[in-house]
Design a protein around this ligand. Structure first.
Ligand code: OGA
Ligand code: MN
Length: 287
């Protein structure tokens, strides 16, 4: 297999061709993909339609999959997948716009990093495009490695040892979504170091986005100013990439050095099914 890796922007994201990631990969091919992931943070593959088993097989090359909720508001609940979709998993019917499951997904339109609110943060996500609407529904990515790199040496030193609290109830609250008392009882804020270091290349980034509630020990306004400033740096136009999906596309993204967000589509007129596996970083990178 000969892989070709083509940067999608001068800053981050790359298209990978020549890889059949829906088939078992030999170690040399996966090593090249993993190195490209560590370098570019977001990898885009085209024409790789996948069954559920193939998606799990490819995802597990990066590490163990996170557990998923048996029931709940994500349309993938009860499967190993998170689904960004307006299709009911059992009937296939379009979920009405005022359904709680659709409201929950609105929060995906805020810049975020998947599972930063979990006790063990995620290494990366793998999203496969199963059903793509004819218009809208693009996904945008931004580099939190570029955000870190844009800081002065003094600013880097100031944030080096900060600990941030991440909280799903907080981030969903930003779009007016509220959890039931039973749901809230199963979740608690977590703490992680803000500055993340890629083990393969030593490059640093910041784990930011909607779930990042506050800097532990800082006054609320200073904390908000810092987290907002870091996100503004990450999402400068030159540090972003927007992906218009085609069916069979697969994107792998880093959850500690990049953020992403969903964009609008007409959920009443078009169908969309994007299926995500989330790979855990393992206990070693938790605080
Ligand atoms: C996700 C996500 C964005 C989208 O799957 O984690 O945020 O455009 N997806 O569906
Ligand atoms: Mn996401």
């Amino acid at each position: 297999m000969s892989l070709t890796i083509t940067p999608a922007t001068p800053v981050f994201c790359a298209r990978v061709s020549g890889a059949h990631i829906n088939k078992p990969l030999d170690d040399a091919a996966f090593t090249a993909i993993r190195a490209a992931f560590d370098e570019h943070l977001v990898l885009i593959f085209s024409d790789q339609p996948m069954t559920d088993e193939q998606q799990i097989g490819f995802s597990e090359r990066f590490g163990p999959l996170e557990g998923t909720a048996k029931s709940g508001v994500n349309p993938g609940a009860g499967t190993p997948f998170a689904r960004q979709s307006n299709l009911d998993i059992s009937s296939g019917a379009v979920i009405p716009a005022d359904d709680r499951r659709m409201f929950y997904q609105k929060a995906n339109m805020l810049w975020h990093a998947d599972s930063s609110f979990k006790a063990i943060p995620s290494l990366c996500s793998v999203l496969t495009a199963r059903v793509v609407p004819p218009q809208g529904g693009a996904t945008e990515f931004a580099s939190a490695r570029a955000a870190y790199a844009s800081l002065s040496a003094k600013e880097k030193a100031e944030i080096e040892d900060l600990v941030v609290e991440y909280d799903l109830a907080y981030s969903r609250g930003l779009v007016g979504f509220t959890f039931t008392p039973e749901e809230l009882a199963r979740m608690a804020p977590v703490r992680h170091r803000l500055v993340r270091t890629n083990k393969a290349n030593g490059l640093k980034s910041v784990m930011i986005g909607a779930h990042a509630k506050c800097v532990v020990g800082w006054p609320e306004d200073a904390s908000r100013t810092l987290l907002d400033d870091l996100l503004a740096r990450a999402t400068r136009p030159e540090n972003t990439y927007r992906h218009e999906w085609r069916e069979g596309d697969v994107i792998v993204w880093d959850n500690q050095a990049a953020v992403h967000r969903a964009t609008e589509y007409d959920t009443t007129r078009h169908q969309r099914l994007m299926q995500r596996t989330t790979i855990s970083s393992g206990a070693a990178t938790a605080l």
